[in-house]
Design a protein around this ligand. Structure first.
Ligand code: F6R
Length: 615
């Protein structure tokens, strides 16, 4: 969490940093700050609130000139969001300034030791401890900044991506990472530093992604030197060519990123299967699966680990893998799995699902499984992310950047990748016959068009949203493949509208939740044809008898649910195994419209951050 941006070069740093912070606000947005070296001195401006609040403040507080600067957008860990706890933090001498993403776990003992040496602290943050530790090492050991950072980081336990400079040496910036991402953009006589490449994409396509336990000393005229933090060995940096475009990270005429990303799903899904699915040749080819086919075919079971929406995609995958490929699957919250001493065998395959590829718990679960000898496969969206690098093999979702904090296209593209995998393995194992396999390929290719159809219900969904926007609670019900979709629908509503919502398997309702139903309770029921349609219709009858308000997600042309429900939203017909890809769409739109009507900040819901790099 937290976004960091830095610049050293020949341009004015302020606009690059402020624009960059806006692009990184998905990483945290409870406070923001900037430090500029204006040629003579350090100018710092920081505030609780968003980057626009920082802009307003720095207009009054600082001259915005300087060719060296760092900026931060925060998701609070140590210390409440307030002006003082906002980054950047300055050392006691006033010379060193730092921004930090991560957590220094042993900050209390380090702070105690520094206090004994008469260091004082203004904030409650671990970051202010770190900058003073660096200063202390620099003074005690009489070393340059780079060396001081290295020695200090070897005393630190925790996770970090940091950028630090000394106002007396404004030709140099030091950066380091462990557990939090950090990219350095390389221009002509200039360098950009950021948590991801989006802040500098219009300036350079050349970037170095630091690996864990690496640091770099960046000198404006002398270039960049990368070293290992532990043993000081020199690392030859690998310069990547970025594929990202500016348009991909802009709203493109939509009011919110979330809405744009909902509407991008037809393209995102076809980008996901393009090059992997050939209906003419009746094949699915995925390099990461082909290269490791034996591991998959010999697997005792598949364990899926993920968090949040990605965990819901994992639950859908459990149905698909077991149904089509007949491989036993367990789906685990990464945060539980990593701490509960799970039984992991060498013939287990672990699939980690993560949009950002940076989720701390998922990363830890991967490391645990690897240490026990399991083969680990990643399903990630962000290319080159920590999870993509840590796994033995993987498949990217190719959804393009997802900036809205609430996951939308990440979910449907994760399901698409997992469906392709299940079909490929089913074919290899002979658990699907060729006509079923072909039917799946055909239907999968039609999904983007059908998602477009589903998106046409937007205006109708807005009317339903208006009716239920003031409901304090909402239930979501689904069965089989669509039980995880019910969970995902409820999560979407909760996280962006702050309405309490729960998802349940429709049949589970009788075991408790039915007590909540009265004439004020809206209940979204996924009741598309195929699967357990008749059973779900019976569940709808039960709700109706208790006067609940029913919003049915139904297959085009449905008549039975139409008679029972207060509202219906139609989606095109497809195979049951692919129905989550369509049934999710109206649920995303419903929560989006409710949140907008309630005046909530859809793209940046309170307390959340897109990339959860702390456990
Ligand atoms: C919900 C949402 C989160 C993420 C979760 C995992 O809309 O976005 O629940 O799904 O934090 O993130 P990734 O997929 O990046 O590991």
């Amino acid at each position: 969490m937290c976004g960091i941006v830095g610049y050293i070069g020949h341009r004015e740093a302020y606009p690059i940093i402020v624009e960059g912070l806006k692009r990184l606000e998905y990483r945290g947005y409870d406070s923001a700050g900037i430090a500029l070296f204006d040629g003579k001195d350090l100018k710092v401006s920081k505030t609780k609130g968003k980057v626009v609040d920082l802009e307003e403040l720095s207009e009054k507080e600082i001259s915005k000139h300087g060719k060296l600067g760092i900026g931060h957008t925060r998701w609070a860990t140590h210390g409440v969001p307030n002006d003082i706890n906002s980054h950047p933090h300055i050392s006691n001498s006033g010379d060193l300034v730092i921004i930090h993403n991560g957590i220094i776990e042993n900050y209390a003992s380090l702070k105690k030791a520094l206090t004994l040496r008469e260091y004082t602290f203004k904030s409650d943050t671990d970051t202010e401890v770190l900058v003073n530790l660096i200063e202390d090492v620099k003074k005690q050991e009489k070393v340059k900044l780079g060396k001081a950072v290295q020695i200090a980081l070897n005393q630190v336990i925790g996770a970090y991506a940091i950028t630090v400079f000394d106002k007396n040496k404004p030709e140099e910036v030091v950066v380091a990472r462990l557990g939090s991402p950090l990219a350095v953009g390389i221009g002509e006589d200039e360098f950009f530093i950021a948590s991801d490449a989006s802040p500098f994409i219009e300036y350079t396509k050349d970037a170095i992604y630091l690996e864990d336990e690496e640091m770099a000393i960046i000198r404006r005229h002398k270039g960049i030197k990368v070293r290992k933090i532990k043993d000081d060995s020199i690392v030859a940096p690998y310069i990547q060519k970025l594929q990202l475009n500016l348009e991909e990270i802009e709203k493109g005429g939509f009011d919110h990123f979330m809405l744009k990303e909902i509407h991008e799903q037809p393209k995102a899904i076809s980008d996901t299967y393009r090059g992997r699915l050939s209906r003419d040749k009746a094949i699915i080819k995925m390099a990461g699966v082909e290269d490791n086919m034996k591991k998959f075919l010999n697997a005792n079971r598949i364990i899926i680990v993920a968090c949040g929406t990605s965990w819901h995609a994992g639950l859908v995958a459990e149905y698909i893998f077991e149904d089509l490929a007949r491989i036993p699957v367990e789906v685990e919250y990464a945060s539980e799995f990593r701490y509960r001493n799970p039984v992991i065998r060498e013939d287990d395959v672990l699939i980690a699902i993560s949009q950002s590829g940076e989720t701390a718990d998922t990363l830890a679960a991967i490391k645990l499984a690897k240490s026990k000898g399991a083969f680990v496969f990643g399903v990630c969206n962000v290319v080159g992310s920590s999870i993509a690098r840590e796994t033995d093999a993987g498949a990217y979702t190719h959804a393009g950047p997802e900036i809205g904090v609430a996951s939308t296209k990440a979910f449907t593209t994760q399901i698409t990748v997992l469906t392709l995998m299940a079909l490929r393995l089913a074919r290899a194992k002979g658990t699907i016959n060729s006509s079923d396999f072909h039917r799946h390929l055909l239907e999968l290719e039609m999904i983007p068009k059908k998602v477009e159809e589903a998106l046409k219900s937007d205006a109708h969904i807005r009317i339903i949203a208006d009716i239920y926007k003031d409901a304090p609670n909402c239930l979501y019900l689904g069965r089989g493949y669509n039980f995880p979709v019910a969970l995902e629908g409820a999560l979407k509503l909760k996280e962006i509208s702050y309405i309490h919502a729960e998802g349940y398997p429709a049949a589970e309702m009788k075991h408790g939740p039915i007590a909540l139903i009265d004439e004020n309770m809206p209940i979204v029921v996924i009741a598309t044809k195929k699967g357990h349609y008749e059973k779900v219709v019976s569940n709808i009858q039960e709700i109706k008898s208790r006067k609940g308000k029913i919003i049915g997600i139904v297959t085009e042309g449905d008549t039975q649910v139409r008679e029972l429900a207060d509202h219906i939203i139609e989606v095109p017909e497809t195979l049951e195994s692919l129905s989550p890809l369509l049934n999710t769409i109206p649920l995303q739109l419903l929560s989006y419209h409710i949140a907008v009507m309630l005046g909530k900040n859809v793209d940046q819901p309170r307390n959340l951050a897109k990339s959860v790099t702390v456990e």
